[in-house]
Design a protein around this ligand. Structure first.
Ligand code: MG
Length: 203
């Protein structure tokens, strides 16, 4: 399986990192070795002093597709989950300045925390899903899909022009504002609507 991630998909987050609001989706990949499942602890790597949390809604692709039309895109995912796109912001900043790729900042082991998935049928309106992240019991990030720059359907259509989507692939759909550094000992809890789907520690 592969992990596809969308950068800068919420305007307020793009602004907080002094990035322009994109006119086409910003895409990057993570390998399957990036997955961190079952609320296992995230062990802070030594190569970074500034690992940030990015809470994101995650789509699980349910069947293979390529060149998927936007109007059919909703047939390609049945479940939505919550994940954290851990980012070594210090490394990313250096690579951005030099115009280099982001993999060392974004695709390292355990950089894609993933929680339980819920059926999308649970939601009455996919364009009005709220989610939030608490660090040590304080809410630090709150998102709503109404504020996505590129919708789920648009993302699936766009990405599938370049990459064949396969069953089990995950799409991290971008983070809202409020990203910040994690520290050893922090407790992270992620909620999709009222349901807690992520609950783990930084070690
Ligand atoms: Mg992200």
């Amino acid at each position: 399986m592969k992990i596809i991630a969308i950068g800068r998909n919420y305007a307020e987050h793009a602004k907080e990192l002094n990035n322009a609001i994109p006119t086409v989706p910003v895409i990057f990949l993570k390998p399957d070795t990036a997955l961190l499942k079952d609320n296992k602890p995230f062990y802070h790597p030594e190569f970074s002093n500034d690992i940030h949390h990015e809470i994101e809604l995650v789509l699980k692709i349910s069947k293979e597709g390529k060149h998927i039309a936007e109007k059919h895109a909703s047939n390609y995912f049945e479940e939505i989950g919550l994940g954290i796109d851990f980012t070594a912001r210090d490394i990313q900043q250096k690579h951005k300045e030099k115009g280099l790729p982001w993999e060392l900042a974004k695709a390292f082991d355990n950089s894609a925390a993933i929680g339980r998935f819920v059926p999308k049928s649970k939601f009455t309106d996919l364009n009005n899903i709220t989610f939030h992240l608490e660090v040590n019991d304080s809410t630090v990030q709150t998102g709503n899909t109404a504020n996505l720059l590129f919708s789920f359907d648009y993302i699936i259509s766009f990405v599938s022009k370049y990459f064949t989507l396969k069953k089990g692939d995950l799409i991290y759909t971008g983070t809202p504002a409020g990203v910040g550094k994690v520290n050893i000992g922090d407790h992270l809890a992620g909620y999709l609507e009222e349901e807690k789907l992520l609950d783990f520690y930084i070690r």
